[in-house]
Ligand binder design. Structure first.
Ligand code: ADP
Length: 519
């Protein structure tokens, strides 16, 4: 062997050794597989990635054994036939599975070639670890999926544009509202797809997308904006637009979110109309109530004078001709007297009631309820004695109510308690407790009682339960209710038939400034 031949042999050996080292330590995985897929050769890099020993991989494992089930399917149905047909495949994304099941995302190139000595069609796989890039892509895909799902399922219309205001994307709701097919809308100026006008003047308005692109800020839509859809519908919409900014602050596009508020607007209008009608009705009712009170007042006032005449002449008749009348005549005359008395009471109560109804405001004055009660008891003295009634009471506070009203209230309730008595002697108890800003007063009796179904009715004018046996006008409790309600309170009754009734009412209490300070 010549020196020259020796030198070239050692150069070849050095070259092969270097190639071998490169094969082993390169930042790529290398695998050579036999026609059935059995692994023949593998480099160190891939062994490290997958945590196998060379012996384990070369002991009969096949390329497909390194793939996920999905990857295996793809290999068998797509990749292997391509390799067979073309002899190569590039940049195929495949997940390899390590010994402990760890997944290594990779990009794979494959080349098929006949091995010179064996004549076998071997496949050489070059594998690039693609972890970061693949993960980034995956994140991007899932973010895009999430974005698209969100925009598609959102209840509002969404349109995005590029920096020139040309439509880039629109969701299904936007397509419905604008009447545009998204495929046709894409790349058109936003004004074509979303023509907006002012509801009042019908003039076109600058699309908020343009404003957002120009000002680089969020833009709300002026109220009462009309969107005319492609099919001619006019919708009242409510929306806002915002620019999409790059990291460096430049605008890459804009997004607009909008919704149809036509129905909401119609409902709001209907509500406003209903309120206006209600106000008008209330005013009308107030007017007719006032007219009615006025009429009742005038009528009852005018009735008094002919009634006085009837009373006067029946008294003269009695005085001058009483002894000349037979028994029937006397009975008729006493009927006339009783009827005129009843009519007089009725007219007096009616006058009181209508006077109260037409009185616009009550003067809010502090009234000593204890003194008012004593005055009532004094004026009812005769009735109380005659009925053998007992009236007990707790000390009452000062109340924010005018004196006349409080006297009317107590007088009506106590007189009723005596008039609607049972066979037992009347026993009446007046009590008071403070409840916040109000005083809760009770007038309890042991009278005939009131059936529950009449609890509300008896507070209406002219509603009477015991009209036949006990005379009355049916105005007293209506008057009480009016007084209490005018002072911001409530009145109600609780009763057990045969055992008695308790009338409750609330009246604003006078606060002692010293007590208030203590609070
Ligand atoms: P009037 O007493 O003139 O009939 P009110 O308005 O004062 O009119 O009373 C309405 C009705 O309520 C009375 O007719 C009576 O049937 C019933 N009522 C009122 N107070 C009592 C009471 N303390 N006990 C039983 N029934 C009562």
């Amino acid at each position: 062997m010549s020196d020259h031949e020796r030198l070239s042999l050692s150069e070849d050996a050095a070259f092969l050794a270097a190639a071998d080292r490169l094969y082993s330590v390169a930042p790529f995985g290398y695998v050579t597989t036999a026609p059935g897929g059995r692994i023949l050769l593998v480099n160190d890099a891939l062994l490290v990635w997958l945590n196998y020993t060379r012996e384990e991989l070369q002991a009969g494992l096949r390329w497909a054994d390194l793939l996920t089930p999905g990857g295996r399917l793809f290999y068998e149905t797509h990749l292997a036939p391509i390799l067979l047909a073309d002899g190569s495949a590039d940049e195929v994304a495949l997940d390899l599975v390590g010994k402990q099941g760890s997944i290594v995302p990779t990009l794979v190139n494959a080349r098929q070639a006949r091995d010179v000595p064996t004549e076998l069609a071997l496949t050489r796989w070059t594998i690039v670890k693609a972890t970061e890039r693949r993960l980034y892509e995956r994140e991007l895909v899932s973010a895009r999926n999430l974005f698209e799902t969100t925009l598609s399922s959102i209840g509002d219309g969404v349109i995005t544009t590029d920096a020139d205001g040309a439509v880039a994307f629109m969701n299904g709701v936007a397509a419905d509202l604008t009447g545009w097919d998204p495929d046709l809308a894409v790349e058109r100026p936003v004004e074509d797809v979303l023509p907006l006008t002012r509801e009042d003047t019908k003039e076109p308005i600058v699309n908020p997308i343009r404003e957002a692109l120009r000002t680089k800020t969020r833009v709300g839509l002026t109220n009462h904006t009309i969107l005319t859809s492609r099919d001619g519908r006019r919708l009242v919409i409510d929306d806002s637009a915002a620019p999409i900014l790059n990291d460096d602050g430049t605008v890459s596009g804009a997004v607009m979110v909008f919704r149809d508020v036509t129905e909401r607007r119609q409902a709001a209008r209907a509500l406003e109309d209903a309120y206006a009608r209600l106000d008008a009705k209330a005013a009308e009712l107030r007017r007719s109530n006032e007219d009615l009170s006025q009429f009742a007042y005038v009528a009852s006032h005018d009735l008094r004078s002919p009634l006085r005449t009837v009373t006067l002449y029946s008294q003269i008749l009695q005085r001058r001709y009483g002894d000349r009348l037979d028994d029937d005549g006397k009975a008729f005359l006493s009927e006339i007297e009783a009827a005129t008395k009843r009519l007089d009471t009725l007219i007096r109560d009616l006058l009181e009631f209508s006077a109260l109804s037409s009185k616009a405001e009550f003067s809010v004055e502090s009234t000593d309820a204890e003194a008012a009660l004593q005055a009532v008891l004094k004026s009812l003295q005769g009735v109380i004695v005659e009925a053998n009634a007992i009236v007990q009471s707790e000390p009452l506070p000062s109340l924010n109510i005018d004196r006349t009203s409080l006297v009317q209230l107590l007088q009506n309730l106590i007189a009723n308690a005596i008039r609607y008595r049972s066979s037992a002697d009347p026993c009446i108890r007046i009590s008071a407790t403070q409840e916040g800003m109000f005083c809760h007063l009770c007038c309890r009796d042991n009278g005939i009682g009131i059936p529950a179904e009449h609890y509300r009715r008896i507070f209406e004018p002219f509603k009477r339960l015991h009209g036949q046996e006990i005379p009355g006008s049916g105005i007293g409790l209506a008057l009480c209710r009016k007084i209490v309600e005018r002072h911001g309170g409530r009145i109600w009754v609780e009763s057990i038939v045969g055992e008695g009734s308790t009338f409750h009412f609330t009246v604003p209490i006078v606060h002692d400034p010293i007590d208030d300070e203590k609070d």
